[in-house]
Design a protein around this ligand. Sequence first.
Ligand SMILES: [Zn+2]
Length: 640
Amino acid sequence: MVLIVKTIILSSPSNSILKFKANQIHQTVAVCIFFWCWLLVIMSCQSNHPESENYQTREYQLGIENKKLLILYDSADPYGSQCFEQTVIACQYAKILFEKFDLAVSTNLPDLGVYSSVASATEFLWKLDRIQSQKIEQFIRNGGRLTLLFRGWNDHLAAVFGVKNRRLPAISGENIHIYFEKEFLPGGKDLVIENQHVSFFKVTPEKAVTVIASAKNFPILWLNSYGKGKVLYWNTGILAQKINRGFIIRSIAAVQPYTAAVIANIGLFDLDDYPNSTSNLKLEPIKTEFNLTMTEFYVLKWYPDLLSLAKSFGTKYTAALIFNYNGRTSPPYHFYEWLNGKIKLGGKTIKSSIYAARSLNATTELGLHGYNHQPLTLKNWGSVENMKKALSAARHRWQFDNLGAEPQTYIPPLNVYDSTGINVVQQVFPEIKQIGALYLGNFSDGQYRDFGPEPWNQNLYVIPRNTAGCILTEFFRRSMISILNSNGIWAHFIHPDDVYPIGERYQNELLAGLEINSLSWYGGQQKNGIYYHLIKWMEFANEHYPWLRFLTRQQAYNVMQWYDRTQLQVSARGHIVDVESNIAPFYFAFYLDAKNKLEAMMGGELLHEYPTEMGCHFIFKGYEHNIIMHFRNRIIHERE
Ligand SMILES: [Zn+2]
């Protein structure tokens, strides 16, 4: 278009038509500039690449009147308090505004009518006397909404809960499997939560309630309509577990007429221990399957297959390089193993590890796993100096081998580090901005991390990993869909040696008895190898979360800086929903508790719609700070 403008300006032939031409030129230029700007806006808006996202912030107060959630808890209730803690974190990630009310301080409830709904995260609901219980009963009868995130009992509220029992029911403390009869979260069809050591009330539900999950013939999760209102009841304490955080958001949304939750929309896929120092031996099962050495398998088969996966599913990778597997924790720090692996390319024998590191595709970021695989803890290394020298040797080797810019991502070996170790990483590699730690595990081992600054070093940021390997177990399915419904992040890792019966193995309890050691990479004609398991996992992700945006860790880090600052307000009247955010563009999940259809939208785009038996589940991208959505059916009725 710029070229057209130039041509017109240069070709003005005679004076007589000059004025007319000038006008025409101005108009044409104006039209062209307008279209050019429009094109730029469209291009910048519709890009799904965070590196080219043009983030806009608006720091002034958001103007929409947003009803808040009221969270009831009891600081004297040790078990319920853990559920309360998870509820607070989940709401903070989702940017759901809330107020909290501590029953240990007062049992005189505030006016419930001013809240979007009430969520109870305590066992101590029995503290509410008849008058206070009536406040809740009337609130629900008039159209209010209640979620019991932790099983609690109150004789006055039995009918509100939707159970036939009128007095405190018997409690069971057995080890149970929880079976989902309804698809509570996308991808959660027939989900089983196995081996839960949790107690539940032996209640009999009223006929009208919708049972969502059950165990041992007793309902564990159900939805009850009471008066004009709705109640969701978790007859267990499993929402006190961090892994179930997404179930908290979904539970609150299952009763509220509408709920908006900000999501980061990030898919991460780490390749731990690649590139690595590796062996020229032929080991089973790859020896029989491909007649390749370990080195050849990693560089010529495994990584190319992952690139083909990236083509099919849009996956991006962060490869975590490791130089050696020697157990050295004191100098000298040599690199014999790093230079050991060999492959033949074009008749020439080359060093495979350096080749692997230099030939990563553009979809792959190169991060650091370590000089060797010894977790960076004082216990392992004996002194700060020992760690520092090993990492300095790694840094020099990185530069000597010309592996590109210094790493920005650190993936801890065996998912373990201590406060000293992580500080040494940052001293030797000041370029490193983030850690791929574990979401679950033990905090003191550098695990059980959350999304945000590392507790032991505020200059480092953690985007923790919640699933691993190639086989989608029930545990991993729950973990994956739970966090995707909490803050819209899935962070996964695999190893090149997953196929060998050596190396970093999966935790047995996570595999639930699956015999992965017997599986090869492709698995011959039956295609039952772990590669095809991984494809099935990606197909599962793509079917239920097609909106998920795969990023390298560097890209994800940038997105998180904006996501963390995002604030959201939402309100609805009749068919119309107004959403306002201080940061644009941004992504958000939008839940409706009943069937509905989006008819029109301004300032954003519908990315995905997932109807469930509990209502509708939409994923939107907002381009503007203010978004208006128009739905076919009324969202808010008279009282609300
Ligand atoms: Zn490793």
